[in-house]
Design a protein around this ligand. Structure first.
Ligand code: FES
Length: 116
């Protein structure tokens, strides 16, 4: 099957915008890693739901359009993230769909590694 490309823009706390490309089926963590995006400490546990460093903040609209609801494990880990909002998710748990093509996500200014 043909790969379907999607893009995502990361907006850092300092206002810097980083646009990255990935494919449908990639997690947002995959896209950060594959594009070698420089987000300090992001994705420290490599998607095993033990760090919360992949915390991202979505607009309400995008949050509601995300393909999966957070599991209890994700919610527990989110509780340890700094700057938690009602529209926060862990990037390693979000799988890109065509519908999410072109979204913007906010990267919190402080990344907390819950393992530390
Ligand atoms: Fe560690 Fe997502 S990368 S919880």
């Amino acid at each position: 099957s043909e790969k379907q490309e999607v893009s995502i823009t990361f907006v850092k706390a300092n206002g810097e915008r980083i646009k990255a490309k990935g494919n449908v089926g990639d997690s947002i963590l995959d896209i950060v890693v594959n594009n070698e995006i420089d987000l300090d400490g992001y994705g420290a546990c490599e998607g095993t739901l033990t760090c919360s460093t992949c915390h991202l903040i979505f607009s309400k609209e995008v949050y509601d359009a995300l393909p999966n609801k957070p599991t209890d494990e994700e919610l527990d880990m989110l509780d340890l993230a700094y700057e938690l909002t009602d529209t926060s998710r862990l990037g390693c748990q979000i799988i890109m769909t065509k519908k999410l093509d072109g979204i913007e996500v906010r990267v919190p200014s402080t990344i907390n590694d819950a393992r530390a």
